[in-house]
Design a protein around this ligand. Structure first.
Ligand SMILES: [Zn+2]
Length: 281
């Protein structure tokens, strides 16, 4: 939302120079330019390697959603293949050198929330199961309240030069190096989960996530050693690792106060990214 990157950007040849194949907006009254905005990146660009278009950039420019984007959102084929969000991100991110699959999960979430808000407003009416009474209740979330959470430093976590984080798990007394996940990792994990479900292979979401974000154990990065760690990690360490990993992931905080209309429950809840996120009435 802040224009502070404009100067830096005008040196790169994207939005500022009209592309040659399009008629200039000044001569042709039938050409329109879709407005754009800058979205604050939870990562502040800190975890993108040198050479990545978002390296050290704290915002990304997206254009407002258009009627054409709505076609994507309602495409049955894309929905079925789970490609809706991917295609939408490809369309709205202005700099085409950015591959949405390479974006960190938290940055993707920030872009999705911003696109939803500019397209349909920040009020998000959805239905969810109350965790207390189990009733399916309607609830209004305000996406305007979503705040950015930054990587939290703590005694147990050390950041490395490679943009990874080392978390020392107390029971096994080992240094676990972890990395932030991207859209590609997220897609892989969700495909893995649904394929395991389909073949009745049991729920291994937690350990699959560990396998994805653990880079090394005490400096050793072999697959075997990481698997052996996961097989043998005490529940205490597993919880410890998850808790501290969650705190380092730069993200959009989507927890909001939920009051059940059917029972007494009032608690913090994560705004659900359900199918009606873009179709909410
Ligand atoms: Zn309830």
């Amino acid at each position: 939302m802040s224009p502070r990157n404009n100067e830096a950007r005008s040196s790169t040849k994207d939005a500022s120079t009209p592309s040659p194949e399009l008629p200039s907006p000044n001569n042709n009254p039938l050409s329109f330019v879709t407005p754009t905005e800058f979205v604050d990146l939870p990562s502040k660009g800190e975890f993108y390697a040198q050479g990545h278009p978002l390296h050290k950039q704290d915002t990304v420019e997206i254009r407002f959603m258009t009627a054409k984007d709505e076609d994507i959102l309602t495409s049955r084929t894309l929905l079925k293949k789970g490609l809706v969000i991917e295609r939408l991100l490809q369309n709205i991110v202005v700099n085409k050198a950015i591959n949405p699959a390479d974006l960190l999960v938290g940055d993707r979430n920030a872009i999705i929330v911003a696109a939803r808000s500019t397209g349909y407003g920040s009020e998000y009416k959805t239905k969810l199961n109350c965790p207390s009474c189990g009733e399916y209740v309607e609830y209004d979330f305000d996406l305007g309240e979503a705040s950015v959470t930054e990587a939290e430093a703590s005694e147990e976590v050390t950041r490395t030069e490679n943009g990874t984080f080392v978390i020392r798990i107390p029971k096994m007394n080992l240094d676990i190096e972890t990395r932030l996940l991207t859209g590609r990792d997220e897609t892989y994990l969700s495909k893995l989960a649904s394929s395991k479900k389909k073949h009745d292979l049991g729920d291994t979401v937690l350990t699959d996530q560990f396998r994805q974000f653990i880079v090394s154990v005490n400096g050793q990065s072999g697959k075997d050693i990481i698997n052996a760690l996961i097989e043998n990690m005490p529940a205490y360490d597993s919880r410890f690792l998850r808790k501290h990993y969650q705190a380092i992931v730069p993200n959009v905080d989507l927890t909001q106060n939920f009051e059940c209309s059917s029972c007494e429950l009032e608690q913090e809840m994560e705004v659900p990214f359900t199918a009606d996120f873009f179709w909410s009435k």
